[in-house]
Design a protein around this ligand. Structure first.
Ligand SMILES: Cc1cc2nc3c(=O)[nH]c(=O)nc-3n(C[C@H](O)[C@H](O)[C@H](O)COP(=O)(O)O)c2cc1C
Length: 344
């Protein structure tokens, strides 16, 4: 598949996630094999008002390309101006958020609210396609609720009337939020109706899910959301599995701790120690998953507010695990993938 000059085969992308897909996490995921990464959504109003919180999110790292900047908003003129501002940061493409379900976004006629106003969504996409030189893509859901699934017709209109370069489909409806199973069968139907690349999102949690998504639906790429938080190694594992059909060995204890600290160090440099250490709490379980007695070390580091405390505790844990012996690092709670990977 191609988006502008970016060409990827059977791509595994990092989803846009607020307070997750920030610059340090995107760089990490790219290093671990994600083919394309997306910024968290950025408020068009914030960009136009020059609000520092929004503007900071436009910062891209030279090593993270290909990267998409995602913006959201409900006002056409503001979205157009914000798109021009975002374009100046030189991402590889711009993405419009048409799927965010949370109330304060929907109340501003943005995100998933556009699923109730498909004409407006198409007009917004066309306005941005005409306004910027970069390719413009859309990320949306199947429809507002199960009685109003409009994705097939919407995809056709976004391709033909707006000229978007690709469409990412979160295979849930707005009223599902993040609950319930994603219904991938709609992607197959959309693929039959359009020629633009279709990126499947929702419940892509393991390397086997990636394989299944490509085989079942003919999608052009998959996009991983929450599973990247609980297992940032998923990109490398998925790429290996897609390429060879083989399971990659679980990351070593040393690699997990090195990568966790490198990620945290980068976050501290990017946003300052207090905020970085606080916001980082969501990532510990991913780095420590499956390790022996990980819950007690997690309990400790969740309370810390400095990098040095976290670093000291993690290296102490490392030493304790080494003392126990290699074979006993892992707790009994392994996922199916980890069991395969352990056996490699
Ligand atoms: C913490 C969090 C923040 C999110 N923020 C965004 C966002 O900024 N933009 C967006 O398009 N979707 C956002 N999403 C939705 C994800 O991109 C994705 O569509 C959803 O999590 C389903 O994928 P998954 O089943 O792989 O998690 C967010 C999801 C989570 C869990």
């Amino acid at each position: 598949m191609k988006i502008g000059t970016v060409e990827v085969e059977q791509g595994v992308f990092l989803a846009p996630m607020e307070e997750v897909s920030d610059l340090p996490f995107r760089v990490l995921c790219r290093n671990l094999g994600a083919d394309i990464v997306y910024t968290e959504f950025i408020s068009s109003e914030g960009l136009v008002r020059d609000a520092w919180r929004s503007v900071k999110k436009l910062t891209l790292h030279e090593n993270e390309h290909p990267v998409a900047i995602q913006i959201f908003g409900g006002n056409l003129d503001v979205m157009k101006e914000a798109a021009l501002i975002a374009e100046a940061s030189e991402p590889d493409f711009l993405d419009i958020n048409c799927g965010c379900w949370v109330k304060n976004v929907v109340a501003r006629s943005a995100g998933a609210a556009l699923l109730k106003e498909p004409d407006t969504m198409v007009t917004m996409a066309k306005t941005l396609v005409d306004a910027v030189k970069l390719p413009v893509t859309v990320k949306t859901r199947l429809g507002w609720d199960k009685n109003s699934i409009i994705i097939v017709d919407l995809a056709k209109r976004l391709e033909q009337e707006a000229g978007i370069a690709a469409l990412a489909i979160h295979c849930r409806t707005r009223d599902m939020g993040h609950e319930g199973a994603a219904d991938w069968s709609w992607v197959e139907k959309v693929k039959q109706a359009v020629n633009i690349p279709i990126i499947l999102n929702g419940d892509v949690n393991t390397p086997e899910d990636c394989r299944r998504a490509f085989d079942m639906t003919g999608c052009d790429a998959v996009m991983v959301g929450r599973a990247a938080i609980t297992n940032p190694f998923i990109f490398r594992q998925a790429k290996t599995y897609l390429r060879t059909g083989e399971f990659e060995a679980s990351p070593s204890l040393q690699e997990r701790i090195d990568l966790c600290l490198q990620h945290l160090r980068h976050s501290v440099a990017f946003k300052g120690e207090g905020l970085a250490v606080r916001e980082f709490r969501k990532f510990y379980s991913g780095y420590l998953k499956g390790l022996y007695d990980a819950s007690s070390v997690r309990r400790d580091i969740m309370r810390y507010d400095s990098f040095a405390q976290v670093e000291e505790r993690l290296w102490l844990y490392h030493a304790q695990l080494l003392e126990r012996g290699n074979a006993e690092h892992y707790s009994a709670e392994l996922t199916e993938y980890e069991e395969h990977a352990m056996a490699v």
